[in-house]
Write a protein that binds this ligand. Structure first.
Ligand code: HSE
Length: 296
């Protein structure tokens, strides 16, 4: 039998929560079609134009499925047809959607024998292929949906957070920022005064989400540690942020490790106005871009 899964884009970090917060978007979604095969290993067929590697070990989905196969001695292998609509390298969790989608599909085919936490664990092997690090802040929201807190990776401790309706505007400027590079440039030490600000913001954001307090969410969307370093990789970043906030956005910042920028808004009209500001900035600078208007 075959299982078809829509695997959503995600926004990692959520400004102040580097490596510990993420949320799933309602769109775009990758289309993943998986079946159990009689032959050993993972066969990968690309149904898009991204030319991703088809050797299982080098493929994000392949690596995740290999990790799962190690715990399913009764299964020989899988055949995957992967149709991606989330552009690789866009910063909205393209690799996580590939890694998470296949293990969710596999689990369905296998009678749901694994927990969501197990699926996150398998999918992280795919994330390691993509960026060299096993972070879960895209994978967890991709599998759990909504907003998730990764309180700990070792041992895995994922907390789903309730959130009010939030409109999300994403702009993807067509420049390349590799996650590995965007991690390499970060400082390894943090000043205590910055740490205090940051954990104040993380706590404020979590409280704001749980209480549905849009003003508190907006005030807490501030990152004094990662964004000042990474934003230099994204031309127009400061201007986008300033203009979007003036247009009424609650706040936002770099999506994951970039280059996409996301903004949260309380209503659809504001989110559409924000999209116009994003478009205006990248048109002026002369960088091609795509935008997405969606909700959490
Ligand atoms: N938390 C990761 C980072 C997400 O910011 O490097 C990468 O998508």
């Amino acid at each position: 039998s075959t299982c078809k899964v829509l695997s959503p884009a995600t926004v990692a970090n959520v400004v102040c929560g580097f490596d510990i917060l993420g949320f799933a978007l309602n769109e775009p979604n990758d289309i993943i079609t998986l079946s159990i095969s009689n032959g050993p290993g993972v066969t990968i067929i690309n149904a898009d134009d991204f030319n991703l590697p088809t050797k299982a070990e080098d493929n994000v989905s392949g690596a995740a499925l290999i990790a799962l196969l190690e715990e399913t001695p009764d299964v020989q292998g899988f055949t995957l047809i992967s149709e991606k609509t989330i552009k690789p390298g866009s910063g909205i969790g393209s690799s996580a959607a590939s890694a998470a989608g296949v293990v969710v599909a596999a689990n369905h085919l296998l009678g749901n024998r694994f927990s969501k936490a197990d699926l996150v664990r398998f999918a992280m092997f795919g994330e390691k292929v993509a960026s060299g690090v096993k972070h879960a802040d895209n994978i967890a929201p991709c599998i759990y949906g909504g907003v998730t807190l990764i309180r700990s990776i070792y041992p895995l401790d994922i907390v789903s957070l309730q959130a009010p309706l939030l409109h999300v505007t994403v702009v993807h400027p067509q420049i390349e920022v590799r996650t590995a590079d965007a991690r390499q440039i970060l400082r390894q030490k943090v000043l205590l005064k910055d740490a205090i600000k940051q954990w104040g913001n993380i706590a404020g954001l979590v409280a704001g989400l749980l209480q549905g307090d849009y003003d508190l969410i907006g005030r807490s969307l501030e990152d004094v540690i990662i964004e000042p370093v990474r934003s230099i990789l994204i031309p127009g970043f400061d201007e986008v942020k300033k203009r979007c906030k003036e247009a009424g956005a609650l706040g936002g910042g770099i999506s994951g490790s970039g280059p996409s920028i996301f903004m949260l808004s309380k209503d659809a009209a504001t989110a559409a106005a924000v999209e116009k500001e994003m478009a205006a900035v990248f048109t002026r600078i002369g960088i091609a871009y795509h935008t997405h208007l969606t909700t959490i």
